[in-house]
Design a protein around this ligand. Structure first.
Ligand code: SF4
Length: 454
């Protein structure tokens, strides 16, 4: 078993953290989506956030709407919910993990990489399964990358070089509101004279979105038509347009020929794809076909492809899990070694088969997003939710442990942007009441090691 350094010594009472004062904090990392915008300015007055500059409405809301946080850990019994201490909550967590035959540790995409690493060590120690929210978002994209590789680049390269941008099955205007203004459509480029006017935007989607409204070419495909369209574009790019019918997935051959020409003539093309590709019919095969289209384009020009990761540090979870176990998500340690088989060792499948007998859910709302059968099973077993806020998952849990919010009042740590760049968070508020998820998992790990004599 891999050892981790003892980075924290714990006291039973949370101590005020130093170095956080009233004033304007600059270069703050937004803790909301996978863009990880690192240019946020936060004004703190009398220990409260009173102003946020540069963030989109989603990011600003995360900083400003600091209401409804759970003040203390809570436990449910036959009389309802009761406040308990952090010590009691952590002991409960240790107890259920220690006694479980098939424990599940799920979520992790709102956690710092430092906490994610301890999660993997806990899973290894107890022979459990650790899985991240990738399992219900870009998991298929990772499977495709495992098959055919990933011709990717940093968002900085896209910003400074890309003259043709494709958003496929993604609507950044609503889901990643600053993606276009920081990295693609609207941003100045170092290697282009008039990037705003010269860039061409292609949008592929099943409906006209706000992003489609600003596109130079909008391909409105029939639902589930992504694989066929990618195949047709590959054939055209390869010079085999003779095998392409007059219409594919609702797109005319004329428009496909135009788009293929735009892509081939780009100086630098950048494809961004969302769950509209990865989670529609065809799933990872769609992504594989899109990657292979990018490969074909690289016979003519430079072209890259990047997944629009949604959850804040979901990329970090895949990185950290892979460093330690060799696998990106859905890792099962019940055999004493890391084993990975999406569809078998992933959370929704384990819960639907009612295999799990204790669960720890970390910064994720399973109750709002998983199938009903999974939620019903979670509600029937000891489940601990580790999350600053009450959510639908609270109602499925026996204990909830609130944490400091990473990127706001938690101590600084590391998170990964959607292009795989690790960035450092900042702490803008002092935290005197809540432990961070890193501290909580460090304590759980230390106690489990004691119990196991490890
Ligand atoms: S685009 Fe994402 S990371 Fe950037 S400010 Fe908005 S929510 Fe935050």
């Amino acid at each position: 078993m891999t050892e981790i350094p003892e980075a924290f010594s714990f006291s039973h009472t949370k101590q005020p953290s130093g170095g956080v004062h009233d004033g304007v904090v600059t270069d703050v990392l937004c803790p909301f989506c996978g863009c990880l915008c690192d240019d946020i300015k936060v004004t703190v007055t009398a220990g409260t956030i009173t102003g946020v500059e540069n963030a989109c409405t989603l990011g600003a809301q995360k900083f400003l709407a600091d209401t409804g946080r759970l003040p203390k850990p809570i436990r449910r019994d036959e009389d309802g919910w009761h406040e308990i201490s952090y010590d009691e909550a952590i002991e409960y967590c240790v107890e259920i993990l220690k006694n479980a035959n098939r424990p599940l540790l799920y979520g992790w995409s709102s956690s710092l990489t430092e906490a994610q690493a301890i999660g993997v060590h806990i899973a290894e120690l107890i022979g459990g399964v650790i899985d991240s929210t990738s399992t219900v978002c870009h998991g298929p994209s990772i499977l495709a990358i495992q098959e055919v590789g990933h011709p990717g680049c940093t968002l900085g390269q896209v910003k400074n070089r890309a003259d043709v941008i494709v958003y496929w099955g993604a609507n950044p205007t609503d889901a990643h509101p600053r993606h276009m203004s920081r990295y693609s459509t609207y941003v100045d480029a170092y290697f282009m004279h008039n990037s705003f006017r010269d860039r061409k935007i292609i949008v592929v989607d099943v409906r006209r979105t706000a992003t489609a409204d600003i596109a130079d070419e909008f391909l409105q495909i029939t639902p589930g038509g992504d694989y066929a369209l990618a195949s047709a574009l590959r054939a055209i790019v390869r010079g085999r347009d003779d095998v392409v019918p007059a219409e594919v997935s609702g797109i005319s051959k004329v428009q496909m020929m135009q788009v293929a020409e735009m892509l081939k003539n780009a100086k630098f093309g950048a494809v961004f794809f969302g769950l509209g590709v990865a989670m529609t019919r065809g799933k990872y095969k769609n992504v594989r076909n899109a990657i292979e289209l990018v490969d074909e384009l690289n016979r003519f020009t430079k072209c890259t492809i990047t997944a629009m990761r949604g959850h804040w540090n979901v990329y970090g979870s895949n990185e950290v899990f892979t460093w330690i176990s060799g696998y990106p998500y859905g890792i099962d340690y019940s055999r004493g070694i890391a084993y990975y088989n999406p569809g078998e060792t992933t959370s929704a499948d384990l819960l639907a088969r009612r295999e799990v007998d204790a669960a720890v859910i970390v910064g994720s709302d399973v109750g709002a997003h998983f199938p009903r059968a999974c939620c019903e099973h979670l509600a029937s077993i000891p489940t601990v939710l580790i999350d600053p806020y009450p959510s639908a998952t609270t109602h499925l849990s026996t204990v909830q442990i609130p944490t400091a919010v990473n990127g706001i009042d938690a101590e600084p740590g590391t998170a990964y942007r959607m292009d795989g760049i690790p960035l450092q968070t900042r702490q803008v508020l002092p935290c005197t009441t809540h432990f961070t998820d890193y501290e909580i998992f460090s304590r759980i790990y230390a106690r489990l090691k004691e119990e196991k004599g490890a």
